[in-house]
Each structure stands twice: as structure tokens, then as C-alpha cells.
Design a protein around this ligand. Structure first.
Ligand SMILES: N[C@@H](CCC(=O)N[C@@H](CS)C(=O)NCC(=O)O)C(=O)O
Length: 213
């Protein structure tokens, strides 16, 4: 059986978990936190979570894991079949990760873990995220899903990237990024109705409540 190493606090772990649930793949979640310990680096060479334990070995990087799941468990399909549309889905996933979530993450320590607020990050992050949001607005369809009427990995990826970024940016700048992207609220409502979202978010909220207290 596949083993998903990670915790429910982790938005990337939650992306993989939601894809596993949507595909109906049996898996076990193994509690693992990011670590630079040698025994964890053997499984996850950057020390990050998630990592997926497969019959062929360990895999890291969420987008690569989602691709593996698609190749090994092709139904239900989580990417468009058309090559260009599939590349467009991946394009939006990269934009959401690199220019919104990773940018917002610079405030993660100060927002949730009592770290010191960086003045450089305060001035640099917001304009970076604004560029990312502008790109998503241009690329996405939200009809109601990111690429139209079909749900897929791009929806899972954008949902969990934005969810964390939104919490961080609200607490940092009192800025709600969902209102910056037309149609985003309709997409969120469609995502929130899915059983897979409900179960992943419920576990995440439990973990967040314990963290924030
Ligand atoms: N690009 C990685 C990002 C994974 C990631 O940043 N995971 C976080 C937890 S949500 C982590 O392990 N952070 C610890 C660290 O960056 O050292 C992926 O796609 O899986």
C-alpha cells in the first residue's frame, strides 16, 4: 500500500492526500514532519514533506507525485487529455506555487511560529503576490473550476496553495486575496462542496486549531 509521509498541517501533504482520495487509492498516512535528520533525508532529500513511499521507492515534490499517481492510476483522470490543456493546467500549478504560495511563505514563521517579522519581506512579498494573482486571473477560467467545468489536479493544487497564502496574507497585511481574483469565490464554493475537500480540510483545521490555540 502507498504510504504518504507528512502531516495534516502541511498544505502540500494535503494536495497529495486529496488526489489519493479523489482517485480512490488506498493509502496510509505516516506522521512525518520536515527534518534534516539523516534518516529522514534518505526518504526526502530536501527534508520536506510530503514524500510518498511507493513499491519502487520514495518520491518527493508534490507535482511529481501527482504525475506519478496519474500515470499509475489513470482513472479518474486528473488532467485534461489534450496536451496543450494539460500543459496549461501545470502552468497554473507552477504560478500558484512559485509566485503566490512560496512568496507568501516568507511570512510563515512570523505568522504561525512566533518568528520575527522581516521588514524586507513586508515590502517585497505583497507586490510579488499581486503579480501572481494577476497571472492567475489571466490564465484561469473558474467555470466553476480553474480550467472550466472539469475538476482535476490543478484545482487541488490551487486550492491548497491559496488557502495557506490567504491565511498568511490576511494576518500579515489584513488583505484577503480571494477578492483580487474575479470568479475565485465561485471556484472555492465548488471546491468546498466536494467530499474530498471536506475531509482534508476538517483534518487540517483540527491541526491548525492545535497550533494556533
Ligand atoms: N515544492 C515542495 C514544497 C514542500 C514544502 O515546502 N513542504 C513544507 C511543509 S507544507 C515543508 O516541508 N517545509 C519545511 C522546509 O521547507 O524545510 C513540494 O511541492 O512538495
Amino acid at each position: 500500500m502507498l504510504k504518504l509521509h507528512g502531516i495534516s498541517l502541511s498544505n502540500y501533504t494535503n494536495m497529495v492526500k486529496q488526489c489519493l482520495i479523489e482517485k480512490g487509492i488506498e493509502f496510509e498516512q505516516v506522521d512525518a514532519r520536515p527534518s534534516q535528520d539523516d534518516d529522514f533525508l534518505i526518504k526526502s532529500p530536501m527534508g520536506k514533506i510530503p514524500c510518498l513511499e511507493t513499491p519502487d521507492g520514495f518520491l518527493i515534490e508534490t507535482a511529481a507525485i501527482l504525475d506519478y499517481l496519474e500515470d499509475v492510476y489513470p482513472t479518474p483522470a486528473m488532467y485534461p487529455t489534450d496536451a496543450f490543456a494539460k500543459a496549461k493546467a501545470r502552468e497554473i500549478m507552477h504560478v500558484a506555487e512559485l509566485y503566490i504560495e512560496v512568496a507568501a511563505r516568507r511570512h510563515l514563521g512570523a505568522t504561525f511560529f512566533g518568528g520575527e517579522r522581516s521588514e524586507d519581506a513586508m515590502t517585497e512579498v505583497r507586490p510579488q503576490v499581486e503579480k501572481g494573482l494577476h497571472a492567475v486571473t489571466q490564465l484561469a477560467d473558474f467555470g466553476p473550476y480553474v480550467m472550466g467545468s472539469d475538476f482535476g489536479n490543478v484545482d487541488i493544487f490551487v486550492y491548497h496553495s491559496f488557502r495557506l497564502a490567504r491565511m498568511i496574507l490576511k494576518r500579515t497585511y489584513d488583505w484577503d486575496i480571494t477578492s483580487a481574483v474575479p470568479g475565485f469565490d465561485t471556484y472555492l464554493a465548488a471546491m468546498d462542496e466536494r467530499d474530498s475537500t471536506k475531509s482534508v480540510v476538517a483534518e487540517n483545521e483540527k491541526a491548525m486549531a492545535a497550533l494556533i490555540k
